[in-house]
Design a protein around this ligand. Sequence first.
Ligand code: BES
Ligand code: MN
Ligand code: ZN
Length: 481
Amino acid sequence: MNFELKPLSLHEAATEKCDALLVLVPDSFKPGRDGFTALVGRAIKDGDAQTKAGKILSLYKPALAQASRVVIAGIGDGSAKQVRSGIAAALASVKSDQLKKLVLAFAGPARDASVRAAVSAVADGSYSYTTTKSKPEGRTLHAVLLTASNAPDLQAAFGRAVAVVRGVELAKEWGNRPANHATPSLLAKAAEALAAKHGKISCEVLGPKEVAKLGMGAFLAVAQGSDEPLRFIVLKYNGAAKAAAPTVLVGKGITFDSGGISIKPAAEMDEMKFDMCGAASVLGVFRSLAELKPAINVVGLIPSCENLLNGRAVKPGDVVTSMSGQTIEILNTDAEGRLVLCDALTYAERFKPRAVVDIATLTGACVVALGNVRSGLFSPDADLAKALSAAGEAAQDLCWQMPLDEEYGEGLKTSFADMANVAGRAGGAVSAAKYLQRFTAQYPWAHLDIAGTAWKSGASKGATGRPVGLLVEYLLAQAGA
Ligand code: BES
Ligand code: MN
Ligand code: ZN
């Protein structure tokens, strides 16, 4: 899908050839004297159109516009939230498989946040997964023109938003693919393809032998119950001098989580194909970086395997030695995410990172705590937590900071190893974070639990591409600092 931004007045925008024209009208709209602008003003004055976000008025072939379908859509105060809901309502009303070219015209000047919201709302509203369908009904929309009177001021925000869409859609694609079409080896191939296509990105893939040599006993324990070989993916984006310390992103890449011997119930187990959405978000961020080319260094680490069960599978009570040397009693094989992540977190030390952020569909408890609105954010580093929260707000990809008091880690004590991989049910998202924290002493660290935000269940089941927006925003803010 091609995005373009032009400095056109509303009247000029109406002369663009397209299948549908969405006129985005804020509360602050002042009708001009130009034909089309006056028409919109008249519709509002008469009360037929409203500027309230979500209110729409549909017109068919109005004389003053080139489009056959015109929708006057309220965007309220013009904030990201209200622009998003205004566009969602307008798009739903023109939903058609014939929509190829769309013009989104801001009636007057727009803000950075509204342009970004507009780009992401159009992308979300027109997304369609096709990879494993025999008769793909893909996205028909291939050209989106945004217009605003102050377009030149909005160019940077627009470019960022389009780059984020590319990353989000790559993350959605890999998230949505079923586990037999998104194995650890296929994920690794996707990472290699990304590196081959984009100059500043390189990729290295380790297999079981190399991972064993590194001493990643926790990661190996999860992988040993599956015939599908594990992959440890190392992506590098080099946009700054070699000596500049990188930010390391670690994405949980469990391509299917059956729970292992501590097997999950059958209902909705299919959704555990999404257990690699952390990994997919790392791929997505690299896709966006390829587009934006900021002057920073970023490393992406993806420990990827299946969590299945066979005659060699790890058993409750087994004790393994992690790469850090710490021993772990695996009391529940379904708490596998933290096992693959802890070895990747130790591996991250070699990069002497300025910060490490792990992204994981880690706990059902986080879904209970925060639902599907905000991701869980955990960090003992106040500055890092603040930067990630702010990035979430700016990108409208929200998170919420959770506690890390020492007491939450007490349940991880065991008589048979340095720690157990689970504590009690209470505060499960926090005890999971406390477990990870034991592997992060060497650098500033944050953990994003995206179990509730990485995908949607029910009728609109599918990956959301979150938190690519948050992460790209955070990285770009670091580039500016
Ligand atoms: N991938 C799951 C977490 C999950 C569950 C995400 C449901 C989204 C929806 C993770 O590997 C897991 O199974 N966690 C367990 C941990 C428990 C055994 C301590 C959980 O949350 O039940
Ligand atoms: Mn699990
Ligand atoms: Zn899992």
